[in-house]
Design a protein around this ligand. Sequence first.
Ligand code: ZN
Length: 174
Amino acid sequence: MSERILEHCPRCGAAGLSRPNVNKWVCPQCKFQLYLNTAAAVCALIQDDRGRLLVTVRANDPKKGFWDLPGGFVDPDESAEQAVIREVREELGLRVSSTHYLCSRPNAYPFGGITYRTLDLAYVCRVESGQRAVAADDVQGIVYCRPAELDPHRFGFDSIRQIVEFFFKRIHPL
Ligand SMILES: [Zn+2]
């Protein structure tokens, strides 16, 4: 691994931390051990009544302007289901009425000079009828796509592209 995430010990300030595993740092002076484990994240697959998939356009870096699915990091003390319901409300103003787990894919999320490793958990979400999605938070736009209209290269993250492809293969075999 060539990533330089930690250069000094957070406890004693010594330099020269060793990294015996991808997620573990050890201080040569005070032997402090720090783990940066994979973070849980969620994303939502929402279809309108015509079977089109709701795709968001990212408002911020990383990958500003690229396609994404609604979602984000799971907060401490929160279930993945609670997280996906909260994210859909924050980003789109939609109330989710049911969630069904679909699959997971690993992702790398660069932010502020650190590449966070995430595990993206995908949920098929139904939303209460009569609502209109409004882009908010870190979403700058909304696109509804049929499978034939999906351009895989416009997705900012491989994990999300893979989840969308898996969804349409499973749910709507072409
Ligand atoms: Zn130390």
